[in-house]
Design a protein around this ligand. Structure first.
Ligand code: SF4
Ligand code: FES
Length: 249
């Protein structure tokens, strides 16, 4: 395939950015989206030009590093799919594809398509953990947890911290990300000890980082590659109300 690419280039955090036009030549439908960018970069390097900076690591949908807005949609057109797992067979010969970075005040651009997502790390450091000594691997059935509860906790634990939910939200809210961690831990006995302090400190940190609030639009859920449900945000709100009412923070 031959593709017309409009790609965001920005030399640094304070430099002005712009969309630049490139042509993707001999793109196989079997390539992943990131392999397509690798091919474009190889061409740029051969010409002595600056390669396009973009994030990736596992390229298996696990790590949460890849972070591209493809034709206006974080992670591109396939639901429940990271952009590293998006394949070029999803596009047609001659298509025009616009590629941009996550856009949110709390995720400043470092270079081209790479943004700084350390704000998420600081939210997790503020409360997204358990500090009880969980010991070694317990015998099965030592701590009885109903199967539906353990499955709901596991579903929430699937969040890979990619930030697509923030990029899709008109308020740049981190609520889906936070709610995944809060639901994961609040559902399990090990996480209940610190549940109220956790929800308050994580929300306070998100506010300090400049993330917006939630107005229930649902774009976050629509683009989440791990299909974290927006119902988690309702659970987080309930946790927060209980925390404030009990003042056990
Ligand atoms: S909730 Fe979904 S979109 Fe948001 S950071 Fe987690 S995996 Fe990414
Ligand atoms: S590169 Fe790891 S999830 Fe995409």
């Amino acid at each position: 395939m031959k593709l017309n690419l409009k790609i965001w280039r920005q030399a640094g955090p304070s430099a002005a950015g712009r969309l630049e036009h490139y042509t993707g030549h001999e793109i196989s439908p079997d390539m992943s989206f990131l392999e397509m960018l690798d091919v474009v970069n190889e061409g740029l390097i051969r010409q002595g030009k600056d390669a396009i900076a973009f994030d990736s690591d596992c390229r298996e949908g696990i790590c949460g590093m890849c972070s591209l807005v493809v034709n206006g949609v974080p992670h591109g057109p396939d639901r429940g799919t990271t952009v590293c797992q998006l394949h070029m067979r999803r596009f047609k010969d001659g298509d025009t594809i616009t590629i941009e970075p996550w856009r949110a005040k709390a995720f400043p651009v470092i270079k081209d398509l790479v943004v700084d997502r350390s704000a998420f790390d600081r939210i997790i450091a503020a409360g997204g953990y358990v500090s009880v000594n969980a010991g070694g691997a317990p015998d099965g059935n030592t701590i009885l947890i109903p199967k539906d509860v353990s499955e709901a906790a596991m579903d929430s634990a699937a969040c890979i911290g990619c930030g697509a939910c923030v990029a899709a939200c008109k308020n740049a809210s981190a609520h889906l990300f936070m709610s995944a961690k809060i639901a994961h831990l609040a559902l399990l006995p090990q996480g209940r000890v610190e549940r109220y302090r956790r929800v308050v400190t994580m929300i306070e940190q998100a506010d300090a980082e400049g993330f917006g609030s939630c107005s229930n639009e649902g774009e976050c859920e629509a683009v989440c590659p791990k299909e974290i449900p927006i119902s988690n945000i309702a659970r987080m709100t309930r946790e927060y109300v209980k925390a404030v009412l009990t003042a056990d923070t």
